[in-house]
Design a protein around this ligand. Sequence first.
Ligand code: ZN
Ligand code: ZN
Length: 293
Amino acid sequence: MPESPKKPKFNPALDNYAERASYRQIKCELFTVEGFSRAPVKTFWRVPEFKLGFDLGWQPWEFMGTPRYFVSHTHMDHILALPAYVARRRMMKMEPPTIYLPAEKVAEVRQLLGVFCRLDQGALPCELIGVKPGDEIDLSRELIVSVHKTYHSTPSVGYVVWERRKKLKPEFLELSGDEIRDLNLSGVEISYELRFPRVAFLGDSSARGLDENPAMFEADVLIAEMTRISSRRNDGLKKGGHMRVEDYVDRREKFKNQKIIASHFSVRYPQREIEAEVRKKIPDMLDGRLVLV
Ligand SMILES: [Zn+2]
Ligand SMILES: [Zn+2]
């Protein structure tokens, strides 16, 4: 007699695995980048060591532990999971998150959350902070985030996360510990700040967004976009506001990054085609630093 089919048992380990398989984990020298992006489906990234993420187009369960997100723009594939992220943190009794986003869109996102509050019959506590190019956000003594102008079809920004360190000014190097302490107490500025760009997030933008923000070429890791990989006419995408594989070829000497993560490929390209097309145009994958996610 044939066995009756077994009812699948709930298996949290397997379930977690399935979630984890839906994004990539890229180990870098000082930190890890986790996430995934496809246009126009979903974009979501985070850097666990810095306790911050970029864009909320999707939200794997374990990403809710990240307390602050920097949103590049409000296209649906970049904010779809925003209400779920806020709701999950409330449900799990975590601190309300802080979400930075283009200032022009704060009021509408607040309205969106208001509607979800009514639909879901629960509060959605979070801090929404509008940003504009040129802003700097102090996260801690060590970390600072700068906001950059990018070029897309709706108000958009990119972000650079900097690590900063204080160094003693050279004129005080010869002094004793006591002398330095006394100077410091008397109000003399004894140190200067050094900044190191660690992660840059371009969001959706044409290559002009990179060209006008040179720090993005210098960051240890650049998370950029490569929406177009072929000149196929019928790729269903609007012209402009995105990067093409040729933009990377034209700028190959400018990338000083340890890793350049290219993502946000149009979902119309099959995975195999992405790899093949990019390797055809950039055979050395920018000295092996180009990572396709
Ligand atoms: Zn997008
Ligand atoms: Zn977009």
